[in-house]
Write a protein that binds this ligand. Structure first.
Ligand code: BG6
Length: 490
């Protein structure tokens, strides 16, 4: 079961993602013996750098992330650099030559991974050059790893897909959604499909609603330029939020293969009720942060941020009510919300079960709490089950007790970072935790209908939530209309 040898070419190797995530993740894999000696990494970027200069950068990035290391010099000896102008054949020819040399030096057998960790406008051009300049013409496997955003809407995603498909087949394309690399997101399936306690209840007879919250405390930071064109709907909902919903909603796959799992997710996404035109306001709420306090610090509103229009109509918060029109879920709302500058950095799923038919322990003015299953995705990882049990003493009153499982305390160590797992999956050729084109297309077609309306109608109430709060009041009202409320997650 040895990890295959591989030559990994990282485009955008001087960028932030490579520095913060990719190099440290590769190092962790190396440390754990999950990379054979038959691997090499070529950093590719515009600026000229020597191999040595690049190795030093990689070393810095790893040491910044982990502190000390005794084998860092061994590790960086596998790194090389090639300056590249994305639209110039000559530089791909040089890269091809370097790749061939390294292939031989490390006995890699022609296995190649092309990781595009850079601005998406170049994805198509790079993929086409990789083919026309012969880099994909190799004896081993060839795989393309591609970061988000995968397009801006369905037509642009389709166009991008057509271009990369000229050089790679669907099964060779690994579209990253880093939420799919998170330990507890991967755990959704296991919790659902390996417990007699949950799967029989996982439907509209026993579940009243599901809430998925992904809140951040950070604002848009230095990414105003990107974010102005994206907004929370494209940045978080089209990918991460809909992926979590698909995993919560899908039918059990007949077996745990990439194809079967993806095909069930696709079916769940196909069952998403399209929300269009006038009804959008009943199903979706948009928000934009104003100034306010986060962690005791007064921070400016979104419209005051760097590279943001003073009159910006971009949403930094989205709450939505999704309906999945199939047999299992008819009538059960999936509420999602995500935003920047909220109260806490937290991703959680709350599954609220229906009330029991008759409550013998009903206390005046205080209804019995429903059972909840809370899946903590980050920062803490774990599960909490809210049950009712007897209050101690001479009474027949019930109170809520919480059964807690914390992932970290059991393993006794930090769980691997999402990127580490995803990189390893890619080297092994397991595409399960990457998004298939059909998922991307369905998500865009759902989201496009909302962004079309939002872009054509200016929100007059922006900013409509203060920094450091859980978002606009309308998001609470949306649930209240259905007789629910957001369970506190912070
Ligand atoms: C990214 C978005 O995909 O996810 C960012 O572009 C967001 O805007 C980030 O901050 C959140 O990821 P995480 O893992 O910190 O929840």
């Amino acid at each position: 079961n040895e990890t295959p040898s591989s030559l990994i070419m990282i485009f955008g190797a001087t960028g932030d993602l490579a520095k913060r995530k990719l190099f440290p993740s590769l190092y962790h894999l190396y440390r754990k013996g999950k990379l054979t000696d038959h691997f090499a990494v070529v950093g590719v970027a515009r600026r000229p750098l020597s191999h040595e200069e690049f190795k030093e950068r990689v070393k810095d990035s790893v040491l910044t992330s982990i502190g000390e290391s005794t084998d860092i010099d061994d590790f960086i000896s596998h790194f090389y650099y090639q300056a590249n102008d994305v639209s110039d054949s000559d530089s791909y020819q040089e890269l091809r030559k370097l790749a061939a040399d390294l292939d031989e030096k490390y006995s890699i057998g022609g296995n190649r991974i092309f990781y595009l960790a850079m601005a998406p406008e170049f994805f198509g051009t790079i993929a086409e050059h990789l083919k026309s300049d012969g880099l994909t013409d190799t004896e081993g496997f060839k795989r393309l790893v591609i970061e988000k955003p995968f397009g801006h809407d369905l037509p642009s995603a389709q166009e991008l897909n057509d271009r990369i498909r000229t050089a790679f087949s669907e099964s060779e394309i690994y579209r990253i959604d880093h939420y799919l690399g998170k330990e507890m997101v991967q755990n959704i399936e296991v919790i659902r499909f390996s417990n007699a306690l949950f799967e029989p209840l996982w439907n509209n007879r026993y579940i009243s609603n599901i809430q998925v919250t992904s809140s951040e405390t950070l604002g848009v930071e230095e990414r105003g330029g990107y974010y102005e064109k994206s907004g929370a709907l494209r940045d978080m909902v089209q990918n991460h939020m809909l992926q979590m919903v698909a995993l919560l909603a899908m039918e059990p796959p007949i077996r745990l293969t990439t194809e079967e799992i993806r095909s069930e997710k696709v079916k769940a996404l196909r069952a998403l009720r399209p929300i269009e035109g006038e009804e959008i306001k009943d199903y979706f709420v948009r928000g934009q942060y104003g100034s306010g306090q986060v962690d005791g610090k007064e921070l400016p509103g979104y419209r005051e941020e760097h590279n943001v229009d003073e009159q910006s109509n971009t949403e930094t918060y989205v709450a939505g009510k999704l309906m999945i029109d199939n047999f299992r879920w008819a009538g059960v709302p999936f509420y999602i919300r995500t935003g920047k500058r909220m109260t806490a950095k937290s991703t959680k799923i709350v599954v609220q079960f229906k009330d029991i038919p008759m409550n013998l322990y009903y206390r005046k003015d205080e209804p019995l709490a429903p059972n909840l299953l809370v899946i903590h995705i980050q920062p803490e990882e774990g599960i909490t089950l809210h049950l009712n049990a007897k209050k101690s003493g001479q009474n027949t009153e019930a109170k809520t007790v919480k059964l807690n499982f914390s992932n970290k305390s059991v393993d006794g160590m930090n769980t691997p970072e999402a990127y580490e797992k995803l990189l390893f999956d890619c080297i092994r050729g397991d595409a399960t935790n990457f998004t298939h084109w059909d998922e991307v297309a369905l998500s865009w077609s759902f989201v496009d209908k909302i962004s079309e309306i939002w872009e054509s109608t200016k929100e007059t109430e922006f900013p409509n939530y203060e920094s450091g709060t859980m978002g606009p009041r309308e998001a609470d009202e949306m649930l209240a209309k259905d007789g629910f409320f957001w369970w506190p997650v912070a």
